[in-house]
Ligand binder design. Sequence first.
Ligand SMILES: [Zn+2]
Length: 471
Amino acid sequence: MRIAIGGIATECCTFSPILSREKDFVVQELEDILDDERYPFLKEAEAEIFPTFRARALPGGQVERATYENFKARFLDHLQAALPLDGLYLDMHGAMNVEGMDDAEGDWYASARKVVGQDCLISASYDLHGNLSERILQNLDMLTAYRTAPHVDTLETRSKAFSMLVTCLEQNIRPEKVWIPVPVLVAGERSSTEYEPAASLYAKLGDVDPIPGIMDASILVGYVWADEPRATASIVLTGTDRIVMEREAKKLALEYWKTRDEFGFSVPHGSIKEAIDWALTQDNNCLFISDSGDNPTAGGVGDRVDFLKALLEHKVENAVLGGIADETATMACYAAGLGETVELSLGGSLDKATMPLPLTAKVLFLKETSELRERIAVAQVEGVTVVISHKRRPFHEEADFLALGINPEDYKMIVVKVGYLVPDLKRIAKGIYLALSPGVVDQAIERLPYSRWQRPRFPLDKNFFWYPELK
Ligand SMILES: [Zn+2]
């Protein structure tokens, strides 16, 4: 068996003003792709593996067209060189949007299909926050997606996509797919599988998979911050018995549709002001507040200062803000030096909806990791300890703070640019609050200027009839 491996993975918020360019991606080609930690299952595979091209980036804005075309050309060149192929495994995300191209994954697969031919089987692993299209389903032979959000089953999902491919090749099966788009699209924070209704919906997949004739059943919540026609939730089944697959897909789709009103936040939530008021009435330290509208791992810009402004206005003492992406301000802190006072014009320059915040800060900590060429400064602004990074990045782990000399337990509240709290911060949090702060990944999606979704689509539209139909 000759199997090629490759892919491209990112999540693109079409409301973001920042284009994702080549420098934002981690690119691996040929042998570099064969990472034992990411693909431990390849070692045991009784197949000849041909690594091609893989790129991945932190969620952000649309991918620059030239970057995409360059990546695609490199991928197709390596694919061509690996011919003839029996199978192709693509390690994807599923919510990429390229300048002037709405269905980027569809383009990627259609281009790959032209190279590998109709007989080659193509399998893809997805994030459950991916959007599908007819062209995607026409060119893929099988697909499986994460079943957990926060995502803790990423390895299992990649492994399953690969093993389904091997099984089909060994048994000479060309699988069928059944896809039902469900006209519901909610943010990941409303559909965490740690809470209802997503917990029960995803638990059902474990009962569907073992049904004879079904190889995989997947539910995709979809990616809400893409203003593109294909954006919606999906039920996708891969298998061999079309009748059974259609029956089970319709059941899952109907369940999803019926629970649409129940997708809520499951944690205390409210405005920035309400979040601060909440924290000030709690007895504990180590309270975590999500500045959710500016979460870089959902595609947020990461330089908004709405929360910092509010903390200063409320004269909050003993708070941490992690973090604000601002290259100029980071460099100004480095130029000033440790323990020095510096005038900053902080954040608010990438997200054009905001303005930089002028302030006086004392430099507490400077971090430089030569390996990543990454600079991070910690500065004290009145009662708030602010983390300022030269690159857009998340601070989503306890270790991210400890490495900066910040022990979250010593602070009353820690404001993090995140959506739902990732497990590592949840573990240490003595209280959790989701602030529905503004930004390009605003949780209150009705505040965003959608114009290209297919309508009706819940929750932008509420009163309409729908019944599962196969695509
Ligand atoms: Zn995701």
